[in-house]
Every structure is written in structure tokens, then in C-alpha cells.
Design a protein around this ligand. Sequence first.
Ligand SMILES: C[S@@+](CC[C@H](N)C(=O)[O-])C[C@H]1O[C@@H](n2cnc3c(N)ncnc32)[C@H](O)[C@@H]1O
Length: 240
Amino acid sequence: MPAQPDHQASVIAIYSSWDGQRTYVSPGTVIKTLRQRRIPARARILDIGFGNGEIALAVARAFPDARVSGIDLTEHNVQMAERKARELGIETIAFRVADAESWQPPETTYHAIYAMQVMQFIAQPDDLLRRIFRALKPGGAILFATPFLPPDPALHAFFLDAYARVIPNSFQYRTEDAWYAGLFDAGFERIYTAKAHWEPASQPDAWQRRYRRAAAEHNLAFETARRHTWGGLVSARKPQ
Ligand SMILES: C[S@@+](CC[C@H](N)C(=O)[O-])C[C@H]1O[C@@H](n2cnc3c(N)ncnc32)[C@H](O)[C@@H]1O
């Protein structure tokens, strides 16, 4: 999907003024997946699009000998995450501003790189997957969480519209299979997904209102839409 004009300016505007009150993915889910991938105790770990920083801080606590760092588009997020790190007395973590679209990482450096609810903002995700591949050490893990388009293409127009309304200024949505193809092409192996149904009826009111309006405008029954509302945490590894 092509980038929207000025998509980053709008994303920067949103994430320069948000309250950062919650993470979009539970830190426990990220930690569990990192453990399943058997990353070493002294791992170097990178969080792309760390948001309020709480996931990275929880990862730093769960892996106290690891070196955790994070990049995000906004200075606002860096300040928020650094403040939380100071409050928790965590010094083994570094947050900085960088754009994942143009980020040029050092090669074979990290044991794990994750991006939680960030891929939907990336214009060239296959290019980012290839750069992540190069930045990982052999055997290193990639993790990312994102909403999926359902396999049935007849439903894509609705979901592209509904997800973009629910996650403002997001535009990059794919089927789970398409994400797997991108990972395979980048060189990854052992790909799996912790798939999760997102129950629209139990989301915050504003989310639901936008989603229901999109369904009505696409002449789609709410029940049909909700049955297909899935996302997941995809993970894979670079071959040894
Ligand atoms: C939906 S929030 C997710 C935050 C956090 N990962 C979480 O799960 O709570 C998306 C984050 O991605 C960041 N982001 C979006 N595009 C980015 C880019 N090109 N480079 C770096 N960060 C980006 C935003 O600034 C924001 O912090």
C-alpha cells in the first residue's frame, strides 16, 4: 500500500501530544515471546516505536543483564520513557529519536528486535524487515504485533478503512500470509504467530463508534466484521 501524503507528520503530531497512559501490547506478552525465542541473558534488544517506554522497561527488568534500547519518531516519547526509567531506577536502557523508515542499523548486533503496533505506520515494511534481518545476530529474533487483514479479499476495503479510523494515520495492513511472505523473502525462518481476536464490542467507546460507522458505510453486518477482526504477534528468527 502506498504511503499517505505527509503520513509521518500526522503520526508525529499524534504521538507528540498523547498521554501515553497505556501500552498497545501487554509487556508480559512480549517478554513471554522473547523467552520462547530463548534469547541469551546478556542479549542486546531493540524496541522500534517504543511509545511510552513501558514495554522496553518491563523487558529490561525481566532481562536484567540485557542491554535494551529503543527508537521512536518523537522527542515527546523519549522524554516520557526516560522519566519512567528514572522513576524505576533503570539505568541499563537508552531511548532516542529515530525514524524506522530511514534507520540504518549496525550489522549483526542485536539478539532481538521488536516493534509492537508500529508496522501499520511504515510505508516500506519489507525494506524494514530486511534491515532488521541485517541488524540481528545469527539466531536472533524479530517480533512484531499488528492487525491483520482477513484472508477474504472481499473484506479488505472495509478493514483498510476501519483500522485506519481506529488507529489514526495508520495505513499499512496486510494478511498474515503476506507478512509471512515478507519475512521469508527477507531470509527469516521458524515463523509463528500468537493470533488474537480483537473483540470490537469490548473496545473503548470511541474505537467502537468508528468501527461500527465504517461497517455501516460498507454495508457490512457488524457480526460479519467482528468475526474477522484478528491480529497477532508474529515472530521469526534469523538462521543460525
Ligand atoms: C500504536 S503506538 C505503539 C507504542 C508501543 N510500541 C506500544 O505497543 O505500546 C505506535 C508507536 O510507533 C511510533 N512510530 C510510528 N512510526 C514510526 C517510525 N517511522 N519510526 C519510529 N517510530 C515510529 C509512534 O511514535 C508510536 O510511539
